[in-house]
Design a protein. Structure first.
Ligand SMILES: [Zn+2]
Ligand SMILES: [Zn+2]
Length: 176
């Protein structure tokens, strides 16, 4: 969605927006994402003394693959955003003395929400997704999903501190 700055300038109350955006094409770029449902976006846009403020919430459900057990699960991605814009010709007034990088300069008379939404989406994707904080993962020997069943494989898990202790005992044994 694009918002015309002249439209914001002429209105007294904030412009409310609610729409959905299809970001499913982005799934290709992130191997951990299987599917992206259309993103719900809700927010407001206002103008104050030449500055445009756009804020809101975006929400979508991602179908992801758990990095531990490799099964698919749904992940709710919800992010709030708040961005400031200023038209390019006034931009210098803001950036020169404040060095404020959080204000985006507008090349024309419209604010493109797609850029904000895409940015927010990307920074909020879990990079190592897990279906559940206590996912047991797969057995390293036979590949059984340990959340669903158990197996009889013997996987020795020695606490590194205990391993040191074990070494010490072995040395004692040899001395005897
Ligand atoms: Zn899992
Ligand atoms: Zn096993």
């Amino acid at each position: 969605m694009k918002i015309k700055t002249w439209e914001l300038k002429k209105r007294k109350d904030p412009l409310k927006f609610h729409y959905t955006e299809d970001l499913s094409a982005l799934a290709k770029e992130f191997p951990q994402i299987k599917k992206i449902t259309p993103v719900n976006i809700n927010g407001t846009a206002t103008e104050l003394a030449g500055l445009y403020k756009v804020k809101g919430v975006m929400e979508t459900t991602l179908s992801m693959e758990c990095s531990k057990c490799l099964s698919d699960f749904d992940y709710l991605l919800k992010a709030e955003f708040e961005e400031l814009f200023v038209s390019e010709e006034v931009e210098t007034n803001f950036t020169d003395d404040e060095d404020d990088e959080t204000i985006h300069a507008l090349e024309n008379d419209e604010i493109d929400l797609a850029t904000i939404i895409e940015e927010q989406f990307i920074v909020n994707i879990p990079f190592i997704p897990v279906c559940n904080t206590d996912c047991k993962g797969l057995c390293v020997v036979c590949g059984t999903n340990l959340n669903e069943e158990t197996c009889d494989c013997k996987v020795e898990k020695i606490d590194p501190r205990l391993a040191d202790l074990q070494k010490w005992f072995d040395q004692m044994d040899r001395k005897e």
